[in-house]
Design a protein around this ligand. Sequence first.
Ligand SMILES: C[S@@+](CC[C@H](N)C(=O)[O-])C[C@H]1O[C@@H](n2cnc3c(N)ncnc32)[C@H](O)[C@@H]1O
Length: 346
Amino acid sequence: MRQNTVLDGKSLITPQAISAHFLASDTRTKLQNGEQARAELALVLQIALQQFDSEVDPAKIIHRAAGALHGIRKLYAAEIWQQLIPIAQKHPVAQYFLQDPFTRWSFDKPRGYSGDAQLLDFIYGHPSVSAHVDGASALGKALYAYTREASSSVAVRERRDILADFVDECANRCEGSAEVLTIAAGHLREARISKAFELGKIKRWLALDQDPISIGSIHQEYAGTVVDPVDGSVLSLLKNEHALGKFDCVYAAGLYDYLNDKVAIKLTEKCLDMLKPGGSFLFANFATEIQVDGYMETFMNWALLLRSEEDMWRIVRGATEGMNVDCSLRYGENRNIVYAVIRKLD
Ligand SMILES: C[S@@+](CC[C@H](N)C(=O)[O-])C[C@H]1O[C@@H](n2cnc3c(N)ncnc32)[C@H](O)[C@@H]1O
């Protein structure tokens, strides 16, 4: 049977598509006992429910539940874990966790897909989410105080700094003439912390995204600057629908986590093709070491393709075969996000 590869990450961002990927992964070393897994989950959820009813400190409740969910996810085969997700989502305790405005936004997906830029604004603590936070219950606010400081959120805020540093290094190298391309730019929050941007050391900065609301936000926020929003997607890039020119640096964050290897390799090849000699491409991915995956996939309904170092190298190798490049991999400080940087040498 011929398998079609969906080339557009936009259409890949569904928990169903991601679970199909999980199911294809190796489960031989994991437990297969579904009944036992359901019993363990029921216990975790019941304890959390009792704790909420008894007004235990919300941070303690969510910390314990998230840790236990991670443990169950790790222990059991992917297909069993996938069966547990809707059980958790339908459990009465979900109504407590969903009082967290960040969890609620993720679960409801008001923009129609997971991991939108507004969701990241909950992590960044950006004023754009203030109304949602202010309107939350006292319990919701307490849960948000926890989720926005969870290890994954800390890693995303560090990622924003790493992206700004990546642009700044590029701008220093190019002495004022840097041309930058951001793919899946979201609200491009990193531009506000880029020194080079502040000092006017960037010649042009294209910010591509498939979401018209994100594009509108960039238009508004960066009107009159070198930032130029581009309404486009992974698919339109791969189909060469844009004549964007060449760049000194290209990067993508919050995108590869939704792309299977085949699309990830094609996109990487395309990004390298858009680099000038000496230019660099960076892509980030949530790492397999993340600890809050169980909570994200259940109560936030936010599934990600987590990648290990080896998974990242597979993409890098697949996209750079026969090319004269310098490649490196690094983790962020808490190892929740892994970064690949490919420098094109000629
Ligand atoms: C998690 S946000 C990341 C935003 C930003 N890069 C950051 O790190 O804060 C993901 C963004 O990817 C965009 N996106 C998802 N799939 C895409 C695709 N196939 N093509 C272009 N953009 C895409 C979404 O519209 C969203 O704005």
